[in-house]
Write a protein that binds this ligand. Sequence first.
Ligand code: SF4
Ligand SMILES: [Zn+2]
Length: 384
Amino acid sequence: MSRFLTLAMKKIREGMFSPPQTYTWPPTIYYLPRNYEGEPYNLPLIELETRGCSWTISSGGCTMCNFGGQGADIPETSLILQASFALKAVRNNPYVHLTPIGSFFDEKEMPSKARMKILEIVRESGFVRMMGTEGKAEDISEDKLRMAHEILNEISLDVGVGLESSDPFVRDFIIHKSTRTEHYLNFYRISRDLGVISSSHVLLKPIFLTEKEAIEDAKRSIEWALNNGSSYVILMVMNIRKGYNLASWLWEKGKYRLPMLWSLIKLLLDLDTESLSRTVIGGLTSSETMLLSAKNCDKCTDRVTSLLNMYQYTLDRNYLEEAFEIDCECKSRWEALLHEEAPPLKERVIQYYEYIARNIFSDRWWEENKKWIISEVDEYEGNR
Ligand code: SF4
Ligand SMILES: [Zn+2]
């Protein structure tokens, strides 16, 4: 775990928990293009406004995430009412994704009484046949998962966790994840034993990585998750959100660039047929907090995005092929990006840490603290 990122993320999050106006109504609902039971489907994604992700509250959270929440406990009755309201708004959709803005299985964020009541409401809705939700793998015990599965009864349960990268160095020193490898493996095992669908979020282009490294890291991570028991993967293409996270902060300063859509398509086309059939795309559509999504150039982005949407609705690989065959001048720029030279990753991480430290703390702070920050990265076991 990077102690420096904990300090930096806490500093960046300052102000996050005193938004100008606290609100819990209405819960956010938006729709994602998906294929459900072989047909195009608009999946309603319901985000319950909670106190926020506990990892963000305790340690600043992950470098790309905005799930701050209210920072104060939200009464259980409010959580239950939000879920019940949202289910009315998406009535007649057989597949719904209903998640708090952090972890559905975190007792502080979603006390078990509220969690059980919400699951009962879903069961009693009469129209839901499949429910998706999300949580941190370390929060998901066998008992909690069994109970959720049992309450839902005939309704399929799909639980997603944020893997982001299968590389512990990337997770610890770049993304600042709280979850350890053994937590993911345990989650895949108990999900499989209970008949719960498990999904893993994999991030395309965390901060600090080059375009080429990002493609390779995401591909390795997808294969790792699928080979280790994840039912499927949600490939989260990085986007830029309003303030309060390190990715947005670096982007504002010209120190981070989103991946090009060519990278996304190339990565998907490089997967074998089995892996591709178990990978869906996320991050191109989001709630109103998204400022910018991944793009190519102005000439081809609309066309490429339409084909990617068609792919998401149909899972027909031909749409990916068609998109990749589009002849646009920005493709040579992308190819050049793939050959971009960069210092070795550990060295680069330290360079970024120095830039961040000097800007959010001070030059003096960096000089006084650099010794332990550098040795923390250098002493990480594993060749980078
Ligand atoms: S990605 Fe998940 S664990 Fe990380 S800060 Fe966001 S909600 Fe919390
Ligand atoms: Zn283009």
